[in-house]
Design a protein around this ligand. Sequence first.
Ligand SMILES: [Zn+2]
Length: 251
Amino acid sequence: MLNLNLLVLMYHKIVEPLSPDFIAKFEAHLDYLTKNFPIVFPGDKLDAKRLNICLTFDDAYCDFYSHVFPLLQRYQAKAILAVPTKYILDSTEVPAQTRLAVPYPNGMDNMLYQSHVPFCTWEELKIMAQSANVTLASHSHSHLHLARELRSEQDFEREIILSKHILEHKTDSPVSSFVYPYGNFSRSLDKKVNETYPHTFRIGSALNRSWKSSLLYRVDATPFWQENRFLSDVELNRYTKQFYWNRLRLK
Ligand SMILES: [Zn+2]
């Protein structure tokens, strides 16, 4: 019986034109994860004796549709895709090469989201949301540091409530999770956000005790897929200790 039996991993963009080997590395990583761990969605029953893994991808860069989604289907894996709704266009004629060429995290700079369409379109998001492999989460509307940039009730309505309505309306799929941009949150904000979303995700670099807590910690997956290794005992220890430390500080 594992006390902390849920590890939520955080990814951003996998395909970077200057690092053509990244996608092969990610595939090897996904192959390893699916062979060794149960991959779960929020609320799924967890295996009490093993570490369960939940995959989360932030920002909805278009490589998720063109490269990651086919791999999720091939390996029968599933992932949460966190979408900042302001940056999503209905569809696009911009060539894939142009879209993929925008590196992380520049997609939200200088109206690039309109000229280069670096993020998934609603057309693409709907296809994925209606598959068994992807569930969408709100990543707010404008990708703000919410704890300090929400100044009014209207800001809250737009970033927290409207983003959910847009996602559900555009993709005909229910949305039950919220991923804080930059991991930026406060306990008082989370209490309010939790009234709309049963599951909220921050960073926190820690394991979780099942789904019982509505606020879930995530661990940056970059070293795992880029360095072709997974979770040393030292890291497992650190993420375990960090859980208790976060709880102690109400973080
Ligand atoms: Zn983000």
